[in-house]
Design a protein around this ligand. Structure first.
Ligand SMILES: Cc1cc2nc3c(=O)[nH]c(=O)nc-3n(C[C@H](O)[C@H](O)[C@H](O)COP(=O)(O)O)c2cc1C
Length: 380
C-alpha cells in the first residue's frame, strides 16, 4: 500500500471538536468574519472588481494574501486560524524530500492537508534531483493544489547540504531540477526563493525568467539574500524589477518584512507585485490578513482585535493543536504562541508563565478564561 493516505483517508478532525466544544465550530466552517467568508458574491463585491490572479487553473482573488510557509509554525492548526482570517493561499511547512522518501514520520505528517484549506500548496526542499522529483510525486498523491519548491531556506543545516538557498549558487542545477519536477507532476509548480546568494550574486532577475521558462506558474521572492539570513531589512527593488520585466507573465509575489496594511499597500503601489506573502507578522496575529484586505479595499484601518477575539482565536488554535497533535504535543507546541497572541498586554508575564507550564487541556482553557476576565475588567 502506498505509504501516504489518500484524500478520503485523511484524518478528519471533527471528533474532538465536538468533545471539546469550543464554540461548536465545525472544521469545515472557517470564516468567522462575515465579510471574509469565501462565498463568491460577498467576496467579489468586497473587492470591487474581478481581476483574478491565476496559478495554472487555480483562481485567486485580486492581489492575493499568502501565508508564508514557516517551519514549526504554519502547521494545520495555525493554518486553520489564518484561513479563518482571510489568507487566500497557504503552504505547508517545508518538507524534506529525503524525509518523504524515507517515509519519516515528521515529513509525512507535514503532508496532512484538509479540504477547507484549499487552495493549499505543499512545499518541498532538497538538493538531490531524483529525490526532489520523487518527493514531488509523493506530495502530489495527497492532492494539494500546487507543489512549491523551496530555493530560499538559508539555515546551515539546509543550505550547506546543497538544498534551499544553496541552489542560488548553482542556477543551472536549479533550473534543471525545476524542469524535472514540472515534468513529473501534473499540478502547478511554484517556487519561493531569495534575491541571490549574497550581494555579489543578485541574480534573481535572470533566475526568474529561467524558472518561468522551466515551467513554474508563480514565483515568490523574499527580498533578502541568503547571506542576510533574516538580518537587515528586505529590499524590494529587485522584486519590482522582476515584476516589471515584460517577459514575465506568471504571478510574482513579494515577501519580506510586511507587518502592516499600510506597508503592504506601499509595496503593492511601488513595486506592482501580484500579491504578497506574509510570514512573521501573522504569528500570534492572524488578523493581519483581514486587516490588510479591509485596508486595501476601503482605505480604512480595521480595529485591532479586542481581548475576547484574542482569547477566542487562541483557544481555537489550541483546540486544533490538540486535535491534530494529541494532548501532549499539542499542549507543548502551543506554548510558543501565547506571548504572540497577547503581545503588548500589560502584566501578561504571570499568565504567560502559567500558560507555558500548564500541562492539561483543561488548565490551559481555564487560564485563558481568566485572561479574558481579567483584561475585560481592566478595559471595562
Ligand atoms: C520560523 C520561520 C520558519 C520558516 N520556515 C520556512 C519554510 O519552511 N519555508 C520557506 O520557504 N520559508 C520559511 N521561512 C521564511 C518565511 O517564509 C518568509 O520568507 C520570511 O519569514 C520573510 O517573510 P516575513 O518578513 O513576512 O516573515 C520561515 C521563516 C520563519 C520566521
Amino acid at each position: 500500500m502506498h505509504p501516504f493516505r489518500k484524500r478520503e483517508d485523511r484524518p478528519f478532525l471533527i471528533h474532538r471538536t465536538e468533545k471539546r466544544g469550543i464554540n461548536g465550530r465545525d472544521q469545515n466552517e472557517t470564516g468567522s468574519q462575515p465579510y471574509f467568508r469565501r462565498d463568491s458574491k460577498t467576496f467579489h463585491k468586497h473587492l470591487g472588481n474581478n481581476k483574478l490572479v491565476k496559478i495554472g487553473t487555480i483562481e485567486l482573488p485580486e492581489f492575493p494574501l499568502l501565508l508564508a510557509p514557516m517551519e514549526d509554525v504554519s502547521d494545520p492548526p495555525f493554518r486553520y486560524v489564518c484561513k479563518q482570517q482571510g489568507a487566500d493561499l497557504m503552504y505547508t511547512e517545508f518538507i524534506s524530500s529525503e524525509g518523504l522518501i524515507r517515509d519519516a514520520l515528521k515529513s509525512r505528517r507535514k503532508l496532512d492537508v484538509f479540504e477547507y484549506e484549499r487552495p493549499i500548496g505543499v512545499q518541498i526542499f532538497g538538493g538531490d534531483m531524483e529525490a526532489m522529483v520523487e518527493a514531488a510525486k509523493i506530495a502530489e498523491a495527497v492532492h494539494p493544489d500546487l507543489i512549491d519548491i523551496n530555493y530560499g531556506c538559508p539555515v546551515k543545516a539546509v543550505a550547506c547540504r546543497g538544498a534551499g538557498a544553496a541552489l542560488l549558487q548553482d542556477i543551472p542545477k536549479m533550473v534543471k531540477m525545476t524542469e524535472a519536477i514540472v515534468k513529473a507532476v501534473s499540478l502547478p509548480v511554484t517556487v519561493k526563493t531569495r534575491l541571490g546568494w549574497d550581494e555579489f550574486s543578485l541574480n534573481i532577475e535572470d533566475t526568474a525568467e529561467r524558472l518561468q521558462d522551466a515551467g513554474i506558474q508563480a514565483l515568490t521572492i523574499h527580498g533578502r539574500t541568503r547571506k542576510q539570513m533574516y538580518k537587515g531589512s528586505a529590499d524590494w527593488t529587485l522584486i519590482g524589477r522582476v515584476k516589471a520585466n515584460p517577459r514575465m507573465h506568471i504571478p510574482v509575489f513579494g515577501n519580506g518584512d510586511l507587518d502592516s496594511p499600510e506597508k503592504v499597500r506601499q509595496m503593492r503601489d511601488r513595486y506592482g507585485v501580484d500579491g504578497v506573502m506574509i510570514g512573521r507578522a501573522s504569528i500570534g496575529y492572524p488578523w493581519i490578513f483581514r486587516e490588510i484586505r479591509e485596508y486595501l479595499s476601503t482605505g480604512l484601518s480595521a480595529s485591532a482585535p479586542d481581548i475576547s477575539h484574542r482569547v477566542e482565536v487562541c483557544k481555537i488554535h489550541f483546540q486544533k493543536s490538540l486535535e491534530w497533535k494529541g494532548d501532549r504535543t499539542g499542549i507543548f507546541e502551543m506554548r510558543r504562541h501565547y506571548a504572540n497572541y497577547f503581545k503588548g498586554m500589560d502584566h501578561f508575564k504571570e499568565f504567560r508563565m502559567r500558560l507555558v507550564t500548564a500541562d492539561t487541556p483543561e488548565s490551559v482553557y481555564e487560564i485563558l478564561e481568566e485572561v479574558l476576565r481579567k483584561y475585560q475588567e481592566a478595559f471595562a
